[in-house]
Design a binder for this molecule. Structure first.
Ligand code: ZN
Length: 186
């Protein structure tokens, strides 16, 4: 197991949809171990493979003392309940913004041995599972903010000391709709 460097906002790998895992082999288990160790070292609640530069549908989580991972996740929402609360991301370090998420989620996928697993998550666990699954689709939590919130988040990101001004970020259309306050398109 090795702690790996985490890719930061602006790195194109964070905007690239990840491929499904097909081989549940030793290399995959090494990836799960690296994700888990890097997440714990960084005190994160979750970490997705693209954040380590790996384009596979895998994430690790550590929420409410439940440590685990999920591969090829498919999310289902059992109800319409929502939650709003602060959210952050190891790829957008030090910045937190209130983000609306579904309150309850059922995540189906596989463990590192290829066995089917299911996570029934509520509250923070549900938030984490949605955040990490978004990473696998090239979506970041700032994309989920309303236009005013996104504008504020982008301003804060551009001012962050870790932000690389030489590599302008790829900005995605909001998953909520066609609004694109940055006029950059994709
Ligand atoms: Zn994240």
């Amino acid at each position: 197991m090795t702690v790996q460097p985490i890719r930061l906002f602006g790195d194109p790998v964070l905007r690239t949809p990840a491929d499904p895992v097909r081989d549940f082999d030793a290399e995959l288990r090494r990836l799960v171990a690296d994700l888990t160790e890097t997440m714990r070292e960084s005190n994160g609640a979750g970490l997705a493979a693209p954040q380590l530069g790996v384009g596979l549908r895998v994430f690790a989580f550590d929420v409410d003392d439940v440590l685990g991972h999920l591969i090829n996740p498919v999310l289902e929402f059992p109800d319409e309940d929502e939650q709003e609360g602060p959210e952050g991301c190891l790829s957008i370090p030090g910045l937190y913004f209130d983000t609306r998420r579904r309150q309850n989620v059922v995540a189906k996928g596989f463990n590192e041995y290829g066995d089917p697993v299911q996570i029934v998550g509520t509250g923070l666990m549900a938030r984490c599972v949605q955040h990490e699954t978004d990473h696998l689709d090239g979506v970041l939590f700032v994309d989920r903010l309303d236009p005013a919130g996104r504008k504020e988040a982008m301003r804060a990101i551009r001012q962050a000391d870790w932000y690389d001004r030489e590599a302008p970020p790829v900005v995605k259309l909001s998953p909520h709709g066609p609004a694109n306050p940055f006029g950059l398109g994709r």
